[in-house]
Ligand binder design. Structure first.
Ligand SMILES: Nc1ncnc2c1ncn2[C@@H]1O[C@H](COP(=O)(O)OP(=O)(O)OP(=O)(O)O)[C@@H](O)[C@H]1O
Ligand SMILES: [Mg+2]
Length: 216
């Protein structure tokens, strides 16, 4: 059984114009999938469906054999690290450090990795700041550090580089590759040509077309 199994999924917001129609797609445990698609084709909608934040009109989505219809986000969150396209929607704490530490086991190895990532992404000076005062790029970096430090089996990243500078895109790519080689699966939604090129030789590429996912 695949790690994510999308089975005959149909979805529309208004019951008239479909976003997905009879779409089936499987993602294996440690794969690296990049999903492209023009604006408004349904990338963010798909990430919400997979996380169980939207309900399919018909069909089912399973993560690790669990039907997301019957699960809560905090349960799915134990398996999947996710980054929203609008990262402001996932901020819950009052400081960047508290945000990174939310749900992070406080054992020595995890803290060491957290501190390494804080250094690597050059956000050391932001730890005491209120997250929503950060620049878009700084906030994306903070959320990425929190996700990468948490060490989930699978990552879903919706436009993770939309505000990142070139150097940080390269750092992110390296970290994703290291994690992927150790077995972490990932589904990355992007329309960033630079980031897409960085992943060209590493990932499998698909795109959303005709209300379905097709090889790119
Ligand atoms: N809450 C909503 N209510 C109604 N329609 C919506 C809602 N959210 C998204 N849509 C519509 O669903 C379609 C898919 O939107 P979605 O945000 O998934 O696209 P996307 O591929 O992520 O686009 P982008 O590249 O701009 O991030 C669009 O036509 C959008 O207008
Ligand atoms: Mg989107």
């Amino acid at each position: 059984m695949s790690f994510i199994n999308i089975d005959d999924l149909s979805f529309s917001f208004d019951k008239v114009k479909p976003v997905f129609r009879n779409m089936s797609f499987r993602i294996e445990e440690s794969s690296m999938i990049v999903l492209l698609g023009e604006n408004g084709k349904g990338k963010t909608t798909l990430s919400r469906l997979i996380l169980g934040l939207l309900q399919p009109d018909s069909g089912n989505i399973f993560i690790n054999n669990i039907n997301v219809r019957n699960s809560k986000l905090h349960e799915i969150g134990k398996l999947v690290g996710y980054m929203f396209q609008d990262v402001t929607l996932q901020i819950i704490e009052n400081t960047v450090l508290a945000e990174i530490d939310f749900n992070l086991p406080q054992d020595g190895k995890t803290i060491e990795r957290r501190d390494y990532l804080i250094e690597l992404f050059r956000i050391n000076e932001l730890m005491d700041k209120f997250p929503l005062t950060l620049s878009r790029g700084e906030l994306q970096k903070a959320v990425l550090v929190s996700i990468l430090a948490t060490d989930r089996k699978f990552l879903i990243l919706d436009e993770p580089t939309s505000s990142l500078d070139i150097k940080t895109c390269e750092i992110l790519k390296e970290q994703l590759l290291i994690m992927n080689r150790k077995g972490t699966g990932m589904l990355v939604f992007t329309q960033d040509a630079f980031f897409k090129n960085l992943l060209e030789k590493e990932a499998e590429f698909y795109w959303i077309n005709d209300f379905n996912i097709k090889p790119y």
